[in-house]
Ligand binder design. Structure first.
Ligand code: GLU
Length: 584
């Protein structure tokens, strides 16, 4: 989970990669480094731990000039967060520099085989420059040395190599994302499109197994299982996806975008969902697979499928093996992933290789988008806040629409979508913001918080609790209200805060559970369509039929956001997390 960018071209690469790597900071932010051509063809490396801007300033990197350079923002997997372990990493001669995303599973064995080499870090990555150096010592060209190195490593890794003796940069993709950006007089290689979008919208999505030479005026496929498929495509990302606009944080911008995204969806032609939906209607069981917030999407859609009469199971990828004996050939899989690179899912694909797969994915050209039979683009635009917000909402809406379409409830699904669209206008109003801010200020000092709900409200509560954990570091736990009296009620004492998510469908039974909390002098913040006596405080949600989870979750996203601000946490960069989980 890191960001990589490289540029080779006829203009100064330094400002281009620095701007690009800042855009990639959401992918990891332990440390930052870059390598560029110095005088006499030497490779110069500047790197350190901490945030990018500080390091750029400390080392005066902006004033450097070089036609080719590579940069990296790290999310450490092997070796602590230290300057020595930051990327780029060099070979013994200092002529080969590598930036890497992923894990080299056999790095120890490879390191042991490189007896005459001096290592300067504890990373798995450092075997790469030394292996390339060793292969070149044995007479191989730079290109062949990178190819044979890529064949020696095990696990999922993408990396980019710079060599002071050659004109090109070489990129290897396996698992983690890499995409080329082609300009008239230069070529980018990067972890995502928005990192270079200001300079070109002509992109080439790379495939796993690719080894690509990035030259100053074009690229050459050195090795691939997909020769002939590396077409230059124009993407229609919007530049506004890349910056914060008028908002203080990406997370807030992305929360606010949800209303527009829903209204765009209402006004768009949804026939592209129909072929996926008919594949579902021809299937037996539906398995829905996702991790983190995407697992909550899977739970919501699975519950709807079951309501509509089709057997559906939400599974986290690490549990798929456990289901393998129950999976039949006619079962269909719906895979939900905002990045399309979730390694846990990619790794489990062999288990379901015989089955039809629908991918609800936000990244075109990603490994998962390339692996499914039906690719449904979430179309939420780039999401940079580490905590999923708009991708959660939009992937959940699309999954539920597929369920409604496949089970002959298309009209009802579209009616509820319209209702949601209208009622989101009633949600984004000052009285609701004020209530959210007031609630945030009441709970900001809490160490523990409980999010309660029944049925699908419980799933919304799981998503709400995850947001709270991610960006406020409060221990937030979602509890199915129906189970409260079977144990968790013991946690309630005078003043303990719970947040109850109450939609109309589950209201009557929920009230009884909430009374049990009130009887123990617990405090309840209600996210509901109306004020109930059991609430100490109401944040008014809106009805939206099968999509009632959307306003509930948007409120809880904003609640977490304001708690995060009041605790002086940067919600875009919470500790220990990164956006795309490309490691196992
Ligand atoms: N495994 C490498 C490291 O720990 C790369 C991690 C990453 O993808 O940022 O340095």
């Amino acid at each position: 989970m890191c960001g990589i960018i490289g540029y080779n071209g006829n203009e100064n690469s330094i400002p281009l990669v620095l701007e690009g790597i800042k855009n990639l900071e959401y992918r990891g932010y332990d440390s930052f480094g870059c390598a560029f051509e110095g005088k006499d063809n030497n490779i110069e490396v500047r790197k350190d731990t901490g945030r990018i801007n500080k390091i750029i300033e400390t080392y005066g990197i902006s004033s450097e000039i070089s036609n080719k350079s590579i940069a990296h923002t790290r999310w450490a997997t092997h070796g602590g967060v230290t300057k020595a372990n930051s990327h780029p990493l060099l070979d013994c001669s200092g002529k080969i520099a590598v930036v890497h995303n992923g894990i080299i599973e056999n790095f120890q064995e490879l390191k042991d085989s490189l007896k005459n080499h001096t290592f300067s870090s504890d990373t798995d990555t450092e075997v790469l420059p030394h292996l390339i150096e060793e292969e070149m010592k044995n007479g191989k060209s730079f290109e062949d040395a990178v190819i044979s190195t890529s064949e020696k490593i095990k696990g999922f890794s993408s990396f980019v190599v710079m060599n002071s003796l050659t004109d090109n940069i070489i990129a290897v993709k396996n698992g983690s994302p890499l995409v080329l950006g082609v300009k008239e007089n230069g070529v980018f290689v990067a972890s995502d499109v928005p990192s270079f979008l200001k300079h070109t919208n002509k992109v080439v999505y790379l495939f796993d197994g690719d080894v690509i030479s990035v030259g100053k005026s074009g690229f050459k496929v050195l090795k691939s299982n997909n020769f002939g498929k590396h077409k230059v495509r124009e993407v229609n990302f919007s530049i506004s996806d890349v910056d914060k606009g008028k908002y203080r944080h990406f997370m807030l911008k992305e929360i606010m975008e949800q209303q527009t995204l829903v209204s765009k969806l209402v006004n768009s032609d949804l026939s592209y969902l129909k072929s996926a939906a008919s594949a579902v209607s021809l299937s037996k069981k539906v398995f829905l697979v996702g991790s983190g917030s995407s697992f909550h999407v899977a739970l919501l859609a699975a519950s709807l499928f079951r309501d509509l009469g089709r057997e559906a199971i939400a599974v986290q990828p690490q549990d798929l093996l456990n289901y393998s004996k129950t999976i039949g050939k006619e079962d269909i899989f719906i895979i939900i992933s905002q990045s399309g690179e979730t390694m846990d899912i990619i790794e489990s694909l062999p288990i379901i290789k015989e089955n039809k797969k629908i991918g609800i994915i936000n990244t075109e050209g990603s490994s998962l988008a390339n692996s499914v039979d039906y690719f449904i683009n979430i179309n939420a635009g780039h999401e940079k806040g580490v905590a999923a917000t708009k991708t959660f909402t939009m992937s959940a809406i699309l999954s539920c629409l597929i369920a409604m379409f496949s089970e002959g409830e298309e009209k009802e699904g579209l009616n509820d979508l319209n209702l949601l669209n209208i009622n989101l206008y009633n949600l984004f109003v000052p009285s609701v913001y004020n209530a959210i801010k007031e609630a945030a200020s009441a709970i900001k000092g809490e160490k523990n918080l409980f999010f309660l709900g029944r049925g699908t409200d419980y799933i919304s509560a799981m998503e709400a609790a995850l947001k709270m954990k991610e960006i406020t570091y409060i221990h937030a736990e979602a509890i199915d209200s129906a189970t409260f009296k079977h144990g968790p009620l013991a946690l309630i004492s005078k003043g303990t805060y719970s947040v109850a998510l109450v939609s109309d469908r589950f209201k009557d039974r929920e009230i009884n559970n909430l009374k049990e909390i009130k009887a123990r002098n617990g405090k309840i913040i209600g996210i509901a369509n109306e004020k109930l006596d059991v609430f100490d405080f109401l944040i008014r949600s809106q009805p939206a039929g099968i999509f009632s989870f959307v306003p509930q979750v948007i409120i809880s996203q904003l609640l977490s956001y304001y708690v995060s601000l009041s605790k002086h946490i940067d919600p875009d960069h919470p500790r220990n997390l990164a956006k795309a989980v490309t490691t196992k």
